[in-house]
Design a protein around this ligand. Structure first.
Ligand SMILES: [Zn+2]
Length: 225
């Protein structure tokens, strides 16, 4: 865990996509807290059931449970020297927990990258999401709408949205994230580890900026893998 990169951003900021691109481009290990949540929810584990309850209320799953779930997962992995963590930590106690975990493995946090997107834009990105229950095609009513509103162009099925994507809940969720997560960004900023990226721009531009940060950051490293 010599070089750990953290990728921050509110829901809808595109951090999942960016982390995946980064992992592919550099052959890095990528651990997504959001993906772990989804796995637990899908398998209906004890953690998954709790998380579902909180998410449906537009609330965050408590620190203690989230941290335990995440660190347990990390502890089970064969961790490579360089990897990207996405969507964690989201609170100061989580930040402290991951730092001690990494330090205990003689590693350190190399950079924290923050994908900056205006809240109104995030609301559109998230509440506009629609998925086809038949073919799985994903639409966005604002950015890539189907020709006929709410109908899949491929098979004519009525599009669905995730229950936590309704606008009011989205706003509440974003506000909650913003309040708890801002101190974490500030914490890494005061440690001179935070780089802010304007993520209102197209995915490719954002991606190229992040890759540059990683390349520069790793250039000084000997024997990274
Ligand atoms: Zn479809």
């Amino acid at each position: 865990m010599k070089n750990t990169f953290l990728l921050f951003g509110l829901p809808g900021s595109g951090k999942g996509t960016q982390a995946q691109r980064l992992a592919e481009k550099f052959g890095l290990q990528h651990i997504s807290c959001g993906d772990l949540f989804r796995l637990h929810i899908k398998s209906n584990s004890e953690f998954g059931q709790k998380a579902t309850t909180y998410i449906s209320r537009g609330e965050l799953t408590p620190d203690k449970e989230t941290t335990m779930m995440f660190l347990e997962h990390l502890a089970q992995q064969a961790l490579s020297n360089t990897f990207v963590i996405e969507g964690f930590p989201r609170t100061l106690p989580q930040a402290a927990a991951i730092e001690s975990f990494i330090t205990a493995k003689d590693g350190y946090i190399k950079q924290a990258i923050f994908l900056d997107v205006e809240v109104e834009e995030l609301v559109k990105r998230i509440s506009g999401r629609r998925i086809c229950p038949i073919c799985g095609h994903i639409y966005n009513l604002y950015y890539f709408p189907p020709q006929q509103l709410e109908i899949c162009e491929i098979d004519g099925a009525l599009l669905e949205r995730r229950t936590d994507d309704k606008e009011q809940l989205v706003r509440h969720r974003l506000h909650t994230y913003l309040v708890t997560e801002s101190p974490v960004w500030e914490y890494f900023r005061t440690k001179s580890l935070l780089t802010k990226i304007d993520a209102m721009r197209p995915i490719e531009e954002v991606s190229s900026d992040i890759c540059q940060i990683l390349s520069d950051s790793l250039a000084s490293e000997v024997g990274y893998d």
